[in-house]
Design a protein around this ligand. Structure first.
Ligand code: GLN
Length: 383
């Protein structure tokens, strides 16, 4: 009994592996990105109230009406665009399922989708599960800048879509308006769909978060995906959504209805409260994360890493080579075994693995006490 050809090469996700090792060895877990603190009480109690009020049966496939409405209103606040909650908002089981549904509903055998490495681990297998091909372009350290010429060359008659994750996991890069404008122009000129993963949209420390859907010509050719997991520290809820034109929404929904069909009903009611949250919540959220980012990045620099301070997300990439290990995996194994800290070796996010070997990813979605304790342990590293 063996795993299918399409999936056999992927093995177990690096997030699963590193969290398992962290638990087994009692290491402080800065690997898989999940907060070690609770999501806000107003969101949790809305979900508990929904359970007690009897919202416990299958939800409407595209989402419970109060959540679709709250998301449409939120989209208007963020972009000025007026959308129809019933035909343009599709609730998904997290952004990860949204991407799978999008690929299944959009791609045909032989289609190509352009993605950027380091890529989030699910993108490539999702594209390949549809019989399509991922064309991978490198965002190279230290700037992780978009190579405009390489992107232009990568577009062929088979290209169907460009998948953009901004703010970007794991580099912390926030795509600039110029980069996104270049992508938008390519999409318009070649009749491509843009798929955007914007789950870190409220974690931008430097610069601005530009939504591809707001650039000229992009409103009806962009599928914008996001979720409550990161912004509301509820990664286990797995509540996400796709916002798109009615035509593109039909694609997402065709895929979704045969995956999980619907999304946990009471959690959707909780999420409706979350996405209605005011600016005050978001400001406090960003302020707390800026403190965490600066604490960890300053300490990593002091300890001897070359740190690529992130403009967004709750991850930081650092160059571990001052410590003399041959590659990212060897370094992370030493870290979890001997130092007592778990981190992510980034080569699983690369086709061109030589770009990832020098790097390590730390997550800072943790209480300050947790970060302080991890920093104390990391001081045990010897150059
Ligand atoms: N998004 C999380 C991270 O990057 C991982 C989620 C998962 O384990 N699939 O760490």
């Amino acid at each position: 009994m063996t795993v299918s050809h399409r999936l056999a090469s992927y093995g177990t996700s690096i997030f699963t592996e590193m969290t398992r090792l962290a638990n087994e060895k009692g290491a402080i877990n800065l690997s898989q990105g999940f907060p070690d603190f609770n999501g806000p009480a107003f969101v949790r109690s809305a979900a508990i109230d929904a359970i007690n009020a009897g919202h416990n049966q299958y939800a409407r496939m595209s989402g419970v009406p109060p959540l679709n409405q709250a998301l449409a209103q939120r989209w208007r606040r963020l972009t000025g665009q007026i959308i129809d909650p019933d035909t343009q908002v599709s609730v998904t089981n997290g952004c990860t399922e949204g991407i799978a549904a999008t690929c299944l509903g959009l791609l045909n055998e032989g289609d190509e989708v352009i993605i950027f490495e380091p890529y989030y681990d699910s993108y490539k297998p999702c594209i390949e599960m549809c019989g399509a091909k991922a064309i991978v372009l490198t965002l190279a350290a230290p700037e992780f800048a978009l190579d405009h010429a390489a992107l232009q060359r990568a577009v062929t008659s088979r290209t169907r879509a460009i998948l953009v994750n901004t703010p970007h996991n794991p580099t912390g890069k926030v795509f600039s308006r110029d980069e996104l404008t270049f992508i938008a122009e390519l999409c318009n000129r070649n009749d491509l769909v843009a798929i955007t993963d914007e789950v870190y949209e409220h974690l931008v420390f430097e610069g601005e978060h530009v939504r591809l859907a707001t650039l000229p010509g992009m409103k009806d050719r962009t599928i914008t995906l996001s979720s409550v997991g990161k912004t509301f520290s509820l990664t286990g809820w797995k509540i996400g959504w796709a916002i798109a034109s009615p035509d593109l929404s039909r694609c997402v929904r065709s895929g979704r209805q045969f995956l999980s069909y619907s999304v946990a009903t009471p959690l959707q009611h909780g999420a409706a409260e979350a996405v209605s949250a005011g600016q005050e919540y978001l400001d406090g959220f960003l302020r707390d994360y800026r403190r965490r980012r600066d604490l960890l990045c300053d300490a990593l620099e002091e300890i001897g890493f070359v740190v690529y301070r992130p403009a967004g997300t709750y991850f930081v990439l650092a160059d571990h080579t001052p410590f003399g290990f041959p590659d990212d995996r060897a370094f992370c194994m030493h870290l979890v075994d001997r130092i007592g800290v778990a981190a992510i070796p980034p080569t699983p996010f690369y086709d061109n693995v030589e770009h990832g070997r020098r790097l390590v990813r730390f997550a800072f979605c943790k209480r300050l006490e947790t970060l302080h304790a991890a920093i104390e342990r990391l001081r045990g590293l010897r150059r």
